[in-house]
Design a protein around this ligand. Structure first.
Ligand code: CAA
Length: 282
């Protein structure tokens, strides 16, 4: 596998494109918005600069990395000649189903179709394609160039060959892949989101303030970010959507989102991306 397409140039998409290009892959970065694509290229360039200033990457490696990324507006053009597509579009079921239906008809029949979804069922996504054995979850963590994990999610029909190819490819990106099965929230978010939700309940019930809760978890448990800061970083709307998937998928009240989270998202406070969440970023 040398040619990869990444669909969606937001935070996750540009991080995934950056990482593949850094490790020598030709990347087609696809987005419907030209603005989003130019923003993504400048973000990738800034993030490569961090690596250059730290001495982990040379200026030549930086420009080689950037030269391996080609941007596309057209889905068909962008995916027609690649061996792997990694979809990192907005976390919306209908949108992902539409994209997978389209890429199934545009991509080579032997290409692997992966989704970076944080909680949507891989089995459901695979069901709209004619190649369920070659559909898989490839869940990167934010910030992608830094975080070591790739959660590799096997849908009900994903083959051993596809899983092994994606595990091997993740290792080539200097990541550590972990194979998991397709159940709500997989492993990462099944464990992370209840912790974040409990931190929000702790705030809602007046047990402690925002900074106190985060400090307890940072200094007491050696987490790099407290759970409320992490929720702002992930996006409160994304956290809420994942909690809904867990709540609906398991039918267990322990996953019910805290009313404070629901109110904040309804009011438009989505964390870092909206400028306001548990902290202020304006
Ligand atoms: N690209 C490249 N490098 C980056 C970067 C980026 N986008 N962002 C940060 N870095 C680098 C920095 O240059 C720095 O490198 P060194 O360690 O070599 O010096 C390193 O990352 C740390 O960055 P900073 O010093 O700026 O800041 P920090 O020490 O506060 O670390 C952090 C930032 C890595 C984000 C850290 O706070 C952290 O690990 N936070 C938790 C992140 C996390 O839990 N992510 C998973 C979220 S869940 C998810 O993504 C999936 C989901 O489904 C919801």
């Amino acid at each position: 596998m040398k040619n990869i397409a990444v669909i969606g140039s937001g935070t996750m998409g540009n991080g995934i494109a950056h990482t593949f290009a850094q490790f020598g892959y030709q990347v087609n970065l696809i987005d419907i918005s030209n603005d989003a694509l130019s923003k993504a290229l400048s973000t990738i360039s800034k993030n490569l600069d961090r690596q250059v200033s730290k001495g982990t990457l040379s200026e030549t490696e930086k420009s080689d990395t950037l030269s391996r990324i080609t941007v596309y507006n057209d889905l068909k053009e962008g995916v027609s000649d690649v061996s792997l597509v990694v979809e990192a579009a907005t976390e919306n079921l209908e949108l992902k189903l539409k994209i997978f239906k389209d890429i199934d008809s545009f991509a080579k029949s032997e290409a692997i179709l992966a989704s970076n979804t944080s909680s949507i069922s891989i089995t459901k996504i695979a069901s709209v394609t004619g190649r369920g054995d070659r559909v898989i979850g490839m869940h990167f963590m934010n910030p992608v160039p830094v975080m070591k994990l790739v959660e590799v999610i096997r849908g009900y029909a994903t083959s051993n060959e596809t899983t092994e190819a994606v595990m091997e490819l993740s290792r080539k990106l200097a990541k550590v892949p972990v194979e998991v099965n397709d159940y709500p929230g997989f492993v990462a978010n099944r464990i992370l989101m209840p912790m974040i939700n409990e931190a929000i309940y702790t705030l809602y019930e007046g047990v402690a303030g925002v900074e106190e809760i985060d400090t307890v978890m940072k200094l007491g448990m050696a987490h790099p970010m407290g759970p409320l800061q992490l929720a702002d970083f992930i996006g409160l709307d994304v956290c809420l959507a994942i909690l809904h998937v867990l709540h609906d998928g398991f039918g267990n009240p322990k996953y019910a989102p805290c009313p404070l989270l629901v109110n904040m998202v309804t009011a438009g406070n989505k964390g870092v991306k909206s400028g306001e969440g548990f902290y202020n970023y304006a």
